[in-house]
Write a protein that binds this ligand. Structure first.
Ligand code: PLP
Length: 369
């Protein structure tokens, strides 16, 4: 792919370009992934370069022995049972996906087909609205508030009879912001009487208080709510494609109808090991927090505003068109996130390894000077 093509796709993989040397990831006792020797540093897709954990890698190697079998012969039900136990729901509440993307797509079809309309913030994660758009489902948009958070009051006022599903990304991508847990709980409780509320919790484990921030208690209370999660972020397994969601069994069945592939045995065994690896999760969390603060400090140094992130990325004001910032950073060997209208002079940068972040700091200072 040419440099030009990468910018056109903006955010897609650009492996093999070798514009600048990739710095080696710092080895840790928990994960010592050998990093790609060359190619730009990927701070563009909110991946976690520390994963998969050593325990997950070991479990995945062992899983080759059972990979002649279909996932439903054991790995899928073991994963579902583990999730059900951890979340205090029944296995019938659990939906599996090839990444949470499959669940976002399936849900977009389940509620967007036959004239169903969706409601979502702008900007937010586009996986579901974009996919539902392919079956001509219209998504109503509600701008974020001044703190770049979901404007729940405005969203509630926009739910009409035609709106079948409300998408809430919490924390939100691309801003990294989280809404107050009590306010969201009130919103979901009330609004779910009018439409299904889908809460995308891809980054929930990276928040300061995941237990308070999750809406899974409303699933347990039989509300009209679907909560999705992924193994791609804090667990660093984006390439293995394992995601899941939790919902009342009738909602779960409706979404499952539209599923297409689901995860594979190797990914599922890695996910089972990862979920039980508290040390690795803590390690990832502390690295991501450290990275957030490094970017905050750089923003402060250059007098730039940033959103308060509870994720593994930071959204900040560059003061230049995002395309110019992307290109200048790319020339320094760093890939950053794409444009997120209407914030066309803001950038989203994912947290990488310590070495990646040191390289980012050098490039940032040069580009922003
Ligand atoms: N939801 C959000 C908010 C995301 O940011 C992403 C990926 O970046 C996804 C879902 C999809 O992740 P995956 O399909 O890897 O689970």
């Amino acid at each position: 792919m040419s440099r030009r093509q990468w910018f056109r796709r903006s955010g897609a993989a650009a492996a093999g370009l070798a514009l600048a040397p990739q710095l080696a990831g710092a080895a840790t006792p928990l994960s010592a992934p050998p990093r790609v020797a060359n190619g730009p540093i990927r701070l563009s897709s909110n991946e976690n370069p520390y994963g998969p954990s050593a325990a997950a890698r070991k479990a995945m190697q062992a899983a080759f022995e059972e990979s002649w079998k279909y996932p439903y012969a054991g790995a899928a039900s073991d994963f579902i049972d583990l999730i059900a136990e951890r979340e205090g729901v029944t296995p019938e509440h659990v939906i599996l996906g090839g990444g949470s993307s499959e669940i976002l797509h399936a849900t977009g079809l389940a509620y967007g087909l036959h004239g169903g309309e969706l409601l979502a913030a702008a900007p937010t994660y586009e996986g579901m609205p974009r996919y539902a758009g392919k079956v001509a489902a219209y998504t109503h948009r509600v701008p974020l508030n001044d703190a770049l958070e979901h404007d729940l009051e405005a969203m509630e006022g926009r739910i009409t009879q035609a709106v079948k599903l409300v998408f809430v990304c919490n924390p939100n991508n691309p801003t990294g912001t989280i809404v107050d847990a009590a306010a969201l709980r009130d919103f979901v409780t009330t609004a779910s009487r009018k439409a299904v509320i889908f809460v995308d919790e891809a980054y929930i484990e990276l928040t300061d208080d995941p237990a308070a921030n999750t809406m899974v208690d409303l699933v347990r209370k039989d509300h009209n709510v679907i909560v999705s999660r992924t193994m791609s972020k804090i667990y660093g397994m984006a390439g293995l494609r394992v995601g899941y969601a939790l919902a009342r069994p009738d909602l779960a069945d409706r979404v499952k109808t539209y599923g297409m592939a689901g995860p594979n045995v190797v990914g599922l065994r890695g996910a089972i090991a990862s979920l039980q690896d508290d040390a690795f999760r803590e390690h990832s969390l502390s690295q991501m927090r450290k990275g957030r603060h490094l970017i905050y400090d750089l923003c402060k140094e250059k007098g730039r505003q940033h959103a308060d992130s509870q994720t593994n990325f930071v959204f900040f004001h560059t003061g230049m068109p995002i395309r110019d910032f992307q290109e200048a950073m790319y020339d320094e060997g760093i890939m950053v996130g794409r444009a997120f209208p209407p914030y066309l002079d803001w950038a989203r940068v994912s947290i990488g390894t310590d070495d990646n972040m040191a390289a980012f700091a050098t490039a940032f200072r040069k580009v922003m000077s």
